[in-house]
Design a protein around this ligand. Sequence first.
Ligand code: SF4
Length: 470
Amino acid sequence: MSIESASVSLISLGCSKNEVDSEEMLGILHKDGFVVDHTSSPATVAGGTRVVIINTCSFIESARQESMDTIRAALQRKRAGEIDKVIVTGCLPQRYRDDLAAELPDVDAFMGTGTTHSISSVVLDALANRPPAVKADLKPHHQWLNVPSRVRKGSPWSAYLKISEGCDHACTFCSIPSFRGKHVSKPEEMVLAEARMLAEQGAVELNLIAQDSTQYGHDLYGEFRLAHLLKALSTVDGIQWIRLFYCYPSRVNDRIIDALANTPKVLPYIDMPLQHADDAVLRRMRRPMSGEAYLALVDRIRKASPQAAIRTTFIVGFPGETDDEFENLLSFTKQARFDRVGAFTYSVEEGTPSANLPGRVAHEVQIERRNRLMETQQGISLERNQLWVGTEMDALVEGRAPRDFTMAVARTFRDAPEVDGQVYVRTCMARPGTFVKVRITEARPYDLIASPVNAADMRLAMKLNLATMS
Ligand code: SF4
């Protein structure tokens, strides 16, 4: 077998942004003649695979631990002679460069976050036994691929689309800017070309991601151009849903709010991590605005788009968070009535300003606060879900319910993939990746129950399918 046709398996860890990098790397390798696939862990790497790439995450301690465990498991398979080469890419080598190379001498090459375009030469060097490469510039400057190229991992009908990389903010708890670098927008024509390619590969839903999607365009065009980009994307044939993630609250302007409310295909859905809502904690986090200003923003979004689904995330147990400050967050959550909330306990990140702040909150207190916040939100999520009972909605079918073959699992515009709830559609045999019109019959805290509006057709489809299977 020639080196160029060697088989390469990739394990992608961490967030959706890493997943896009992983798909791009496999896309490049595939174009260069390698046989490629995604796999979930070293244990599932297929026999005969010559190279395993682990695209790592180093966001918080638990993610680093998972990355290190995965690398060590892959090195074990290498020592057993089942794999020729192990290559480590992504945030971990970007952040820990030389330390990592010293700690893991059996790894054949390391590659940081700004150099994914050179993956083929890194793999070729490793296969040719050239000395271990460490490609991780201290300050990564992201280079976008000239030609969109991705080997997709998840469902073909729903794709992440990265519109920028890096972040210019300085939240005191966050290490991301130190290893992902400054904000770099992907030129609009490249975003559109990638959207067209994803549509040709079968995507009907685009999920726009970045560290801060609201900063899109400023470095390239001298103005914030997210609203403009949303409108341009809505012209791409085949795409039916465009969903927006990672909005920085102070940059959610009227143009974005208007685009969410009035642009065809752009869903009235917004993910806007607020992190906290007590003013003193926000100052310590070096985050903008205030709890009151956040409430006004939520109000503006709902006035423009009354059905809008708003998702946010909070960190509880930030250094110095007092009982009163936490109670302020709780009462803010009750007032804002978000559709979805994710809550995380504060994690100390070395090198960040908050690591040196006094007043560490005990782990048990952090857990107790997170549980209280999520219990409070559970009731609110249920109420928000109940508003949809009796209405008709479009739902994108994802698959079948595990214990009931006649029930489809789907998502409406309110449900982002992987992080939000689902809709269970009774007596529905529609194919995954297709849209069905459903009537919501029941609400639960996270999920909805529905029936197809065209029930007669669905029952017929079910009978036909069952007859074909018997
Ligand atoms: S905006 Fe997000 S990525 Fe940027 S520093 Fe703050 S938390 Fe980190």
